[in-house]
Write a protein that binds this ligand. Structure first.
Ligand SMILES: [Mg+2]
Length: 202
């Protein structure tokens, strides 16, 4: 683990190239960790709402039983049960090998998540447990991820990818059922970590 515990401020200036030693900003939920299986488990056990992860095809998928949508449920879990939620998520298939291959090729990998800062220790512990190494962990991530220094963003939320592209970065959208590739024109759209690795040539 080479987490410097800083905010990435010592990273080199962006090169806006997808070649080493470019800095890759890496989202967590939906890219490194699967947040929906536990979200669905919680909905079923605590609220009797039965949903399968693949059915959640919108960031505002409505949960009328809770008078809200899936985003509200995720926010509540993040605030109320972070140890369980961020400690028990299954990894996304292929992420271990994918992140290792990026770093071995000379890319700098920095974690950039919109999880709240109070939960970062749980996220770091999970990453360590998974054996996923990275170069920095951004403790404060602005709503606009394009504002972070770096060259490429890998994210499952089209809004974040669009912001990165608008800021002159490369954007890689790891498509999930709720992702909308039409909302981030110019993105590299991948359906797996295998495809992400092909974009980077690693
Ligand atoms: Mg995400």
């Amino acid at each position: 683990m080479s987490d410097r515990g800083d905010d990435g401020a010592d990273a080199e200036a962006g090169t806006t190239e997808m070649t080493p030693p470019a800095t890759v900003l890496l989202d967590l939920d939906g890219v490194v960790a699967q947040q929906l299986p536990l979200t669905c488990e919680y909905l079923a056990e605590e609220h009797g709402v039965h949903l399968e992860p693949h059915e959640i095809d919108d960031w505002s998928y409505p949960i009328p039983e809770l008078d809200g949508h899936i985003g509200h449920v995720i926010t509540d879990l993040m605030r109320e049960r972070p140890a369980w939620y961020f400690g028990e998520m299954p990894a996304v298939e292929g992420v271990h090998e994918g992140v290792a291959a990026l770093r071995e090729a000379g890319y700098r990998v920095e974690i950039a998540t919109h999880r709240i800062p109070e939960t970062h220790d749980h996220s770091k512990a999970w990453l360590a447990e998974q054996g996923i190494e990275y170069d920095a962990f951004h403790h404060e991530v602005p709503r606009d991820k394009g504002a972070l220094p770096g060259d490429v963003l890998i994210d499952d939320y089209h809004g974040n990818v669009a912001n990165a592209i608008a800021a002159g970065k490369h954007g890689v959208l790891l498509r999930q059922p709720y992702s909308d590739p039409t909302a981030c024109a110019g993105a590299h759209v991948a359906d797996s970590w295998g495809e992400i690795r092909r974009f980077f040539g690693v």
